[in-house]
Design a protein around this ligand. Structure first.
Ligand SMILES: *[C@@H]1O[C@H](CO)[C@@H](O)[C@H](O)[C@H]1NC(C)=O
Ligand SMILES: *[C@@H]1O[C@H](CO)[C@@H](O)[C@H](O)[C@H]1NC(C)=O
Length: 147
């Protein structure tokens, strides 16, 4: 009993982020854009993976990332050990026609990669994701390659 009460007290003190999106309320494109910008800010700028997922990817997540099986928990388990230690340089955030794009550069194990993530929204929640990646060698013929 005492332990349960202690857990309840601790749980009430912890700042747990909850879903702020909806797949059932009708959303305008403007509201979807605001939701997507907020997600991008949490994910790319604040680097708060759990908050980004809790607030905007609360349920169904069809994931086409080649390194991990589909689904929200698989994505979190894959990203948690690497995301906060991966240097990120955000380049662009775009939204239109139900899809959001984020374009950014990451450093992974000494390799620079240009990444574009495409996300599909249902209402104001993200429900599907595709990856596009280009490895940056540093020897590109074009000085404005990738960005
Ligand atoms: C959006 O989500 C609702 C359930 O919340 C579902 O009924 C509907 O089929 C979904 N639409 C799309 C396009 O995925
Ligand atoms: C870097 O490489 C190691 C060994 O191959 C791997 O375990 C680790 O996950 C990699 N780190 C990232 C950020 O991909």
């Amino acid at each position: 009993m005492r332990r349960t009460a202690l857990f309840a007290l601790l749980a009430s003190l912890l700042p747990v982020s909850r879903c702020v999106c909806s797949t059932t309320d009708p959303a305008t494109e403007g509201q979807q854009y605001e939701a997507f910008k907020d997600f991008s800010n949490l994910f790319l700028t604040q680097r708060d993976l759990d908050k980004a997922f809790n607030e905007y990817i609360p349920g169904e997540y069809i994931n086409h990332n080649p390194d991990v099986q589909s689904g929200r928990e698989n994505a979190l388990n894959y990203l948690r050990p690497i995301w906060t230690s991966t240097p990120v340089v955000p380049a662009a955030v775009f939204f239109g026609q139900g899809f959001g794009l984020i374009h950014y550069k990451v450093e992974r194990n000494g390799t620079s990669i240009a990444i574009m993530d495409r996300y599909r929204l249902n209402g104001t929640c993200i429900v599907e994701h595709w990856d596009l990646r280009q490895t940056i060698t540093g020897n590109e013929a074009n000085p404005i390659a990738f960005f």
